[in-house]
Design a protein around this ligand. Sequence first.
Ligand code: GSH
Length: 341
Amino acid sequence: MGTLKKIVLLIGLTLVPVPFAAAAQAQTLQAVKDRGVLNCGVSQGLYGFSIADDKGNWSGLDVDFCRALAAAIFNDASKVKFVPVTTNERFQVLQSGAIDVLSRNSTWTLSRETDYKLNFGGVLYYDGQGFMLRKALNINSALDLDGKKVCVQSGTTTELNLKDFFNTNNMKLEEIALPTAAETEKAYDSGRCDVLTTDVSGLYAERVALSNPTDHVVLPDVISKEPLGPAVRQGDDQWFEIVKWTLFAMLNAEELGVSTETLDAARKSSKPDVMRLVGSDGNFGEQLGLTKDWVVRIVGQVGNYADVFTRNVGSDSKLGIPRAENNLWSRGGIQYAPPIR
Ligand SMILES: N[C@@H](CCC(=O)N[C@@H](CS)C(=O)NCC(=O)O)C(=O)O
C-alpha cells in the first residue's frame, strides 16, 4: 500500500470516526424534538386501529403506538400530530419526510422495504386476510366464491392476495377496487359487491359500521399472512431503534406484569429484569437517545401491550377480538420481544 493511501486510511480510521457517521444519521429524533411534536401517519378511519371522533380525538392501536413514542420522547403522550394517509399514498408520504413514522395497519413485506427504502419496526398486530358476506348467501367457504363480485381497497396487499387466491383455485374473480375505506365499505353495504375482503381485523371493524351488522358473516378462511407494524425510512438507525424498542418495551412490560396499574410497585421491584425495564438498573433508554425512565413514561401514559390491545380491539372494545396469535409466546401466541439488557 502506498504512503498516501496509508495516511488517508489512518485519517479515516482515527479522525473521522463513528460519531461523525452517527451524527449524520441521527436526524429524526432531533427533528422531532426540535419540532416539539411527532408526525404520525395513520389510516383515515378504521375502528380499533385509528379513527377520529367528531371532536377530532384519535383512538386505536396504531394511534396508541404513536402516543407511546411521544411519551418516550417528550414525557407527553399528547404530543402527536396524526396525519391520515390513504393506502395508495402512505409509503411515498413516509418517504417524503412529511411523517416521522407510519403506524397504519400496514403489512410488512419485502418489496415495501426495498421499493420505498423503508424498515418495518416489528409486528404490532398479527393479522391475515379474510372475507365477509351476507349470511343470506349461505356460503361457508372461500372456495365457494367463484364468480362473486368482491370489493377491495386498492393499494393494499389485499388486492394482490385476492388475485392469487382466485387464480390458484381456478375461480372467476369480479373485482371492484376502490381507493378509500369509506368507498369500499359503501359499495359493499349498498349491495354493489357480494363480498368484502381485507385483513380480518378490518372486517370486524368495518362490520360494526354497516347498516345491519348482524346480517353479515366473516368466513373462517384466512388466505394470507398480514403482519401489521410501524415503518420508518431507512438510513436513521437511531430512530429505527427507538421505534423497534418502543414496541418491544410494551411487550416486555406485559410479559413482566408491568402495566399502568402495577407501575408504581414495579418501580420499587428488586427483580433484575423489571429493574432494567423501568430504569432503576442500567441506562438502556439513554443508549437509545431517550431517558432512563422511557418505559415508565410509555406504560404510565399509554400502557403495556395488553392494556393497549384490550382497550382498542380486545375485550374492552366493541370489536372483542381474542388475543389468539397476538398473545405472548409464553401464553400460546407468537408475540415475542427480545430482552432489554
Ligand atoms: N394490511 C393491508 C391492508 C391495509 C388497509 O389499508 N386496509 C384497509 C381496509 S381494512 C384500511 O385500513 N382502510 C382504512 C383506511 O383506509 O382509512 C396492507 O397493508 O396493504
